[in-house]
Design a protein around this ligand. Structure first.
Ligand code: ACO
Length: 322
């Protein structure tokens, strides 16, 4: 075994669609503001499905598409910042629900860079252990973490899941990865903070909602994502022109336009679906990837760069030959 390849891809979103106009009825915002500042027109918000439910849907579809039995899986990684529980992990729940008895399963927490991190870790574990098959899934129900009175964050996020089934390959598909963490800037984006309880008897067990220094994260993304893409391309010994598709985390269409400009690459190489799904954090890249494969935008042999950025702060890029 030399490397891994993508055998199948899949995505799902909850049925309920919430438009910008609907949000403007419950908070002081407008379709015009949200569209102009972010490119988002609508998002899908879960009613009763939790993060593991969306991940299981994707996992089952991946097994069907790749004609694979759950018992044959060696590894399941779920990238998420909105797990059902602190324990068991979402990946362990998926493992149990689909019956993948021999698969090692764990969650990976790197916010919106989570899928790139998980893809890279899965590839390394598969090659090191000569494993044959793995699921790498990004799944989020971010609506659980939103303060619906805070218009500065509530309009940005959506729920969904996407993923790939990786299998061993004798050909070279994984060209490079570049994973970075900027822990000193972690306070720029926080969600789900839990505090120690001085009064252990009347423990209130509360978790905080999203808090984000939007402008700082914007500046971070427009500078560090191009850097990450350039480093990854260097490691892969290719130039940016050879990359057919830049599948960027969908946080803001203006960030994507800026990154394209800084890299001097045509915007047509940067597919966008943020208008339909909003920012789905770790699910963002795999949803976009699966949709691009479905629409035949990404074709066999194409070189694609998956690049995420967000909480941590983090950036993560993987370059693969599809
Ligand atoms: N509707 C109407 N007005 C609003 C809204 C809203 N939903 N939200 C904020 N405003 C107002 C503000 O109050 C402010 O008003 P003021 O000028 O009177 O003070 C004005 O709009 C401008 O606010 P800013 O926050 O400065 O707006 P900005 O142009 O920076 O856009 C945004 C905000 C969209 C959040 C942008 O900063 C951004 O995209 N940042 C990056 C976010 C990101 O990439 N996150 C990725 C990581 S996510 C993760 O890891 C989970």
């Amino acid at each position: 075994m030399k490397d891994i390849e993508i055998a199948a891809s899949s995505w799902t979103t909850p049925e309920r669609v919430v438009t910008n106009d609907q949000l403007s009825q419950i908070m002081d915002t407008s379709d015009e503001w949200i569209t102009e500042r972010t490119g988002i027109k609508q998002r899908h918000l879960s009613t009763d499905e939790n993060t593991s439910d969306l991940a299981v849907k994707v996992a089952q579809d991946l097994l069907t598409k790749a004609d694979t039995q759950a018992e044959d899986l060696d590894l399941i990684i779920v990238a998420t910042m909105s797990p059902d529980n602190m324990t068991p992990s979402t990946a362990a729940m998926v493992q149990g629900k689909i019956g993948a008895q021999k698969a090692v399963a764990f969650d990976l927490s790197a916010a919106c860079s989570g899928f790139s991190f998980a893809f890279s870790v899965a590839r390394d574990m598969m090659v090191a252990n000569s494993w044959q098959k793995a699921l790498v899934i990004g799944s989020e129900v971010l609506s659980k973490l939103i303060d619906w009175h805070d218009r500065s964050t509530a309009v940005l996020f959506g729920d969904g899941a996407g993923g790939v089934l990786l299998q061993a390959s004798s050909e070279h598909h994984f060209l490079a990865s570049d994973l970075r963490v900027f822990g000193e800037s972690g306070d720029k984006l926080i969600a789900g903070h839990t505090a120690p309880q001085a009064d252990y008897v009347n423990n209130s067990r509360q978790m905080t909602a999203f808090q984000m220094a939007g402008r700082d994260v914007y500046r971070f993304a427009t500078h560090e994502v191009p850097n990450s893409l350039k480093r990854a391309a260097d490691k892969a010994s290719i130039n940016l022109e050879q990359i057919n598709h830049f599948l960027l985390h969908q946080a803001n269409s203006r960030i994507i336009t800026q990154v394209a400009k800084r890299l001097k690459q045509p915007l047509e190489k940067f597919p966008i679906n943020i208008d339909e799904v909003g920012n789905t954090s770790a699910a963002s890249e795999p949803i976009l990837l699966a949709q691009c494969i479905e629409k035949d935008i990404v074709k066999q042999g194409d070189i694609i760069a998956l690049s995420g950025f967000g909480g941590g702060l983090t950036t993560g890029t993987v370059i693969i030959k599809y």
